[in-house]
Ligand binder design. Structure first.
Ligand code: ATP
Ligand code: MN
Length: 464
């Protein structure tokens, strides 16, 4: 009778030594001689491989021949303390069943040491490598940490729609959603597309942010967060932008900009600490393989408070910097990632929260300051990443909000439902958006955002 399978993550347990155990997984490597063969088995539950020892007095060469890198096995045997270096226990195999073979001539991960670029072309298999196994286990733990953080603080998880009819947010170019036949579009008399014949009876797109709906939730439930996919048709092939990414957007009634900054700082620190506490083997591996300053960087973020300063003060520092920037700096410009990284990595050497940006470069819903030219925005800037969070206190004054919408010529008819939060029982409130993949970039030390989401969507890339 088949005995119950033990996951490899649970097998490095001295109490199991001497037991008869069952493990299942994929072969990473096989080596040995004509007396004994060693197989490194991985089942995805941990970065660690388990060594399986095949004594050739018990197994024929014939029996072991199909066991190559990539093949899948069911092994039973005795767990023993290991003689070899690098592992504490190993299995002396008694039976083996081969589920599936992997032809060494064609299996793409036959060799070790493939480049990340090569592995991006093999996104359907790359999760079987040490690197991507580590990254996606960390991704899972961070997602769990995010829900735990908000749940423990009484926030409600609100599901905002992915298909939306409002295109006023201006956060990025949108992907249209339609069932109209693109080869034969129905037309109005003036030649424009007749969306009344479309599925929703109007033009719709994929959401660029759940914030506006999140504000409806916050002004009813008090404190909410969203955590879902977000779509931006950014044609900007950078290592920090995806066309489909995941965003976390808390929104809190009665919070002002300072509460918002405190929440953002606590939240990121909680996530980083959670990863250090729960993903240590995977983080250690990434630290050794790619970036030996990773753990120090994560720990230093936990140690010190983030620097808080205004955009105007930031511009002052940047214009006095000795460094030559590709994009020149003056009051009113949108900061480029080179500017953000200068402040964080060279000037302060700590995460920075920049506030009170010029009104003209930020969204219409941000609370206006009394100076008439800045708004209560906040961006959290991180080493290696640049902007990781963007947020603000919201304009809760109906008249000011309307005036701003009119000034920007944003179509009002699409906005009536949002405006009712300010017409009926308006309250001060604030929130922000954290790009989930940018957080994972920071925690894993990976350099390209395509390597921290299982199936990246970028211009000209939707294969897997
Ligand atoms: P950026 O200037 O870096 O393009 P943004 O100002 O457009 O960012 P927001 O609209 O404030 O960003 O979105 C909130 C957060 O979502 C950002 O701080 C970032 O972490 C993340 N984010 C924004 N756009 C993308 C994208 N295309 N891919 C991945 N994450 C993104
Ligand atoms: Mn953007």
């Amino acid at each position: 009778m088949e005995i119950k399978r033990t996951k490899i993550v649970d097998i490095f347990n001295p109490e199991l030594v001497g037991e008869h155990v069952c493990v299942k997984g994929w072969v990473r490597t096989r080596r040995g001689n004509k007396h004994v063969q060693f197989v490194a088995l991985n089942d995805g539950s941990t970065i660690k491989n388990l060594q399986i020892v095949f004594d050739l007095q018990k197994f024929t060469e014939e029996q072991l021949r199909p066991i190559n890198t990539g093949s899948s096995l069911h092994v039973e045997g005795t767990l023993v303390a290991s003689q070899g270096k690098g592992q504490t226990v190993e299995i002396q195999a008694e039976t083996v069943e081969i589920y599936g073979t992997a032809d060494p001539e064609t299996y793409p991960l036959q060799k070790k040491g493939h480049t990340l670029e090569f592995l991006r072309e093999k996104a359907h298999l790359r999760m079987r490598t040490n690197t991507f196994g580590a990254v996606f286990r960390i991704r899972h733990h961070l997602a769990f940490a995010i829900h735990k953080f908000f749940n423990d603080r009484g926030f409600f998880y609100l599901h905002t729609p992915l298909i939306t009819a409002s295109d006023c947010e201006g956060a990025g170019d949108m992907f249209q959603v339609t069932t109209l036949n693109l080869g034969d579009l129905p037309k109005n008399e003036d030649g424009t597309t007749d969306y009344s014949q479309d599925f929703f009876g109007k033009s719709t797109s994929l959401t660029v942010s759940g914030q506006l709906e999140g504000e409806l939730g916050a002004t009813a439930l008090g404190a909410i967060y969203t955590f879902g996919p977000t779509f931006r048709a950014e044609n900007s092939n950078t290592p920090r932008h995806l066309a489909e990414f995941w965003m976390i957007e808390p929104e809190v009634a009665f919070n002002d900009i300072t509460d918002n900054m405190d929440l953002a700082e606590d939240f990121i620190k909680y996530c980083v600490k959670y990863a250090l506490d729960h993903c240590r083997d995977d983080i250690d591996f990434l630290c050794q393989m790619y970036d030996n300053s990773l753990i120090e960087r994560l720990e230093s973020v936990l140690r010190e408070p983030f620097v808080r300063l205004t955009y105007t003060e930031g511009i002052e520092i940047l214009s006095q910097a000795k460094k030559k920037f590709e994009f020149p700096v003056s009051w009113g410009v949108d900061l480029q990632s080179e500017h953000e990284r200068y402040l964080v990595e060279e000037h302060f050497r700590r995460p920075v929260i920049l506030t009170d940006y010029p009104r003209e470069i930020k969204a219409f819903y941000m609370k206006q300051n009394d100076d008439g030219r800045t708004v209560r925005a906040m961006d959290v800037l991180f080493p290696q990443i640049g902007e990781i969070i963007g947020g603000s206190e919201r304009e809760e004054n109906y008249d000011k909000l309307i005036a701003e919408i009119e000034r920007r010529k944003i179509p009002m008819k699409d906005m009536w439902w949002y405006l009712e939060t300010r017409r009926f029982g308006t309250v001060p409130h604030a929130g922000f958006g954290l790009g989930f993949e940018r957080l994972i970039l920071f925690v894993t030390g990976m350099a390209n955002i395509r390597d921290v989401i299982p199936f990246p969507r970028t211009p000209n890339n939707a294969e897997f």
